[in-house]
Design a protein around this ligand. Structure first.
Ligand SMILES: [Zn+2]
Length: 248
């Protein structure tokens, strides 16, 4: 679930922007949504709960329409990532994907067409997305990786599909064993090389701050092979803090 307050999201407006290569951010501060232009249609990553207006505006900003969206990847079942997926799928005709262990819980928002497991791939046009099962935040959380090219520079793009420690606190568990799974998932993700880290929420990778720098100076701080590692290490610290807090 969203961890930031409505106050934050109303103060920080993220204008749609091209993040790197064929990757665009079209979400809001509270709820991230990205699109990948594969040359043969768009892959959307997460829709959000209240984002439909922002998403449609973002698509239009870059000359796309809802009909260009061919697939909607849902990182995990929570409504702040998926509540608009049904409507977006109806408008676009896109196929919807979710991690297989989140399928049942996601049904309150949409009925996924494609269930994703560890190692599965999705190819459209020039892009192949590879999925990793990273349970913890929810049982079916999926992380994803793909290559993107910008002006001859090829970067590996990655997203941790559910990083929040909010479901790791006592009484908030998505399922039993989530803490152990979360730590394992973070360790597996640390083994991945990621040049461009895209946030499952904007505060994961400073989407807002870095988008302003990109817009104002042209400097792209999203290209940073250390950002991924630093973020994952902070995730493990948050897990440890959550466990320590519950021990009292
Ligand atoms: Zn969540």
């Amino acid at each position: 679930m969203a961890q930031k307050t409505v106050k934050d999201s109303s103060e920080k407006i993220i204008e749609p922007f091209r993040l790197f290569g064929n990757v665009y951010f079209i979400g809001t501060y509270a709820e991230s949504s990205h699109i990948i232009d594969t040359g043969e249609g768009l892959i959307m990553i997460d829709t959000g709960r209240d984002n439909l207006g922002a998403i449609l505006k973002g698509l239009e900003t870059f000359g796309y329409s809802a009909r260009d969206v061919k697939y909607i990847i849902n990182s995990h079942w929570h409504g702040d990532h998926t509540a608009s997926t049904r409507e977006m799928a109806e408008m676009s005709g896109a196929k919807t994907l979710i991690g297989k262990d989140d399928y049942e819980k996601a049904k309150r928002y949409f009925d996924a067409d494609i269930l994703v497991s560890e190692g599965d791939t999705l190819t459209l046009g020039n892009t192949t997305v590879t999925f990793m099962g990273t349970p913890g935040h929810t049982k079916g959380t999926i992380s994803l990786f793909f290559d993107s090219e910008d002006n001859g520079q090829v970067c590996r793009v990655g997203m941790f599909g559910g990083a929040g420690a909010n479901t790791l606190a006592k009484g908030k568990f998505d399922y039993e064993g989530c803490r152990e799974d979360y730590r394992k998932s973070v360790h597996r993700l640390l083994g991945e090389k990621v040049d461009v880290f895209i946030g499952n929420h904007s505060w994961n990778n400073m989407t807002y701050e870095n988008s302003l720098i990109l817009r104002e100076t042209g400097e792209n701080r999203f290209i940073d092979p250390t950002a991924w590692t630093k973020f994952l290490e902070s995730c493990e610290r948050k897990l440890d803090e959550t466990i320590a807090k519950d021990a009292f």
